[in-house]
Design a protein around this ligand. Sequence first.
Ligand code: PMP
Length: 349
Amino acid sequence: MPIVSKELNVMTGTYQNVLELIGNSPLVKLNKIGQGIPGEVYAKLESYNPGHSTKDRIALHIIEEAERTGILKPGATIVETTSGNTGFSVAMVSIVKGYKCILAVSDKTKGEKIAYLKALGAKVFICPANVPADDPRSYYEVAKRIAAETPNSIYINQYFNLKNLEAHYLTTGPEIWKQTEGKITHLIACCGTGGTLSGSAKFLKEQNPNIKIIGVDAYGSILKKYHETGEVDKDEIYPYRIEGLGKNLVPEATDFSLIDQFVKVTDEESAYRTREIALKEGIMGGYTSGAAVQAYRQLADQFTENDCVVIVFPDHGSRYITKVFSDEWMAEQGFTNSRLNGLESNATI
Ligand code: PMP
């Protein structure tokens, strides 16, 4: 018997604008990816937001809070640093509300993503990914400078803005609690700003402190070690491929005290897992959806029969067609081992 509520989040209404569609993303049971692992596992499909990612929630909440407190004036400019997803969301909210949008993005961001941001009217500055956060060329410093130099502007600052965590405390957490009828035992989410995981965790732990909160981190990121030691180990910082996962600084938007455990995943395993989800479940998740499922698989021994695991799928696979969903890209990364053979689709040309 499914343990998830039958009350569906079906969007059949008429809406005043696209922003009214933000939130209430569906929870979908994964039937094959967890085979051999006890308990049930569900994906929270954040690609159902109108901007196709979880970041719609924080863009809307932060901008509406700034309006409520009078910080945002008509005609204002909204500035943000982003690996892509937050940019789409901030650009979308800005368009609907009549603000200008300026984004500083990392040069790891694919050309299509940048074209997408521009299509939503944003002005985009491309900055090197592999420089320290305090380097004047980093996207943090560039965004800060633009915000300081632009009159009537606000800097969303998602890594240091506690409204990021609050957006998930107010929406994502309560939705998961309701959708699982309070039966959730584990929440797994990739951490970038950490807002999704720790904001949802705050709400969920208030309902049931025994729920295990599991963060997913990249090799090349400091988050796991910082959680365990309270220190930033610069040797942990090196380049990796997954966008949106991990960090080279401590994000204040993460409440580390709410996280029970971090798991590190590789670029390669996460890429295969992303492909596997599409082929086994028919769900096109982004690269970090694969990373989070990989973490779940790595923790297989922890789960028992009565567990109800929720994994956040932050965005849609269509954003990665020329990356993890491209055999050529996989080969270029050296991801050529036999794992892909078992994942072949039925497609013929
Ligand atoms: N996955 C993707 C694709 C993302 O863009 C992000 C945001 N950087 C995350 C996961 C992590 O979400 P959060 O910032 O809330 O930790």
